[in-house]
Design a protein around this ligand. Sequence first.
Ligand SMILES: NC(=O)c1ccc[n+]([C@@H]2O[C@H](COP(=O)([O-])OP(=O)(O)OC[C@H]3O[C@@H](n4cnc5c(N)ncnc54)[C@H](OP(=O)(O)O)[C@@H]3O)[C@@H](O)[C@H]2O)c1
Length: 333
Amino acid sequence: MFGAYGHTGRFVVAELAERGFVPVLSGRDADQLKTMAYGTGWEARPASVDDPAALDRALAGAAAVINCAGPFATTAAPVIEAALRAGIPYLDVAAEIEANLDTFTHFADRARDAGAVVVPAMAFFGGFGDLLATAAMGDWTTADEVHVAYGLDSWHPTAGTRSAGAVSRRRRGDRRVVFTGGRLRHRSDAPPSLEWRFPDPMGARAVIGEFTMADVVTVPSHLTVPEVRTYMTVEAARDIAAPETPQPTAVDDRGRSDQTFLVDVVVRSGGAERRATARGQDIYAVTAPLVVEALDRVLTGRTHAAGVVSAGEIFDAPGFLRALSPHITVKLP
Ligand SMILES: NC(=O)c1ccc[n+]([C@@H]2O[C@H](COP(=O)([O-])OP(=O)(O)OC[C@H]3O[C@@H](n4cnc5c(N)ncnc54)[C@H](OP(=O)(O)O)[C@@H]3O)[C@@H](O)[C@H]2O)c1
């Protein structure tokens, strides 16, 4: 587990332990790892991403590596290289569009040739929307449009979210990005404000359209869809834009915040429409059951593909989503 002591990393470590895995704690800060490992019997193996030998020691004997250390623009490539050297699967929780694209671009051939499994964005943003879109598609192999609407009641970002966002903004020259006409394009105008009709009881809500998230990388990586659009409730968009919005605070014994989400995915083909929705609590906490379910499926061979693959391509999407109960409540077509 690389990035073990971050906010998301801690949820993932707890989930691994709960499901009977033995986590090996890794990351760049030896003291933090030692404190976290104290009294658990788990190993702490510090490693910096610019030290391949230390990464090799961190991964030695591990069944797989999960990377929760972001910005992934810095951490993904060196940890994937180490996973390829170790011959073990790699999963990460990257929300950065550019970093996820880099993973597909730079590692697709090598991972496929090696029969290795590399799953980027196996998290709330990216993998989850892809699973829902894939489940909504059902027997359709192509669609005209995929819409992923995020109904978040708030968004208290972690330091990692803020720094990842800053890196992505720099990489795209302060422009925004959209997926239209079958490819990513940059835009400099303001994104549209509109209304999205979520399923009841949420109902119609003001959203920012083209609030582009990592689903624009994961969904088109395996589904033939020229238009992929993501939307965010204005409350959450306002939270994340404001520098003073505090980090999430725990309200229950699992460490979850009181944030709730409803993800509403609509796919359209010809005149027909299909929909998949999911609800739950705390987008950071819920990333843990998502990535650990993925790990379990990879390690037990419940996969459809190898190489660099997104969640919707490698897993049986409806089965995966149903397995997330009680963390997530899903409604599939
Ligand atoms: N796709 C999604 O839905 C989703 C969900 C959750 C999280 N994420 C992403 O996951 C990342 C972590 O988020 P978080 O909430 O856990 O933030 P966080 O609490 O701030 O943790 C960030 C972690 O990354 C580590 N890190 C940063 N740069 C590093 C580097 N160069 N080398 C090694 N470790 C490094 C930090 O270690 P130090 O303390 O030593 O800096 C810390 O452990 C962010 O990029 C976030 O966007 C995505």
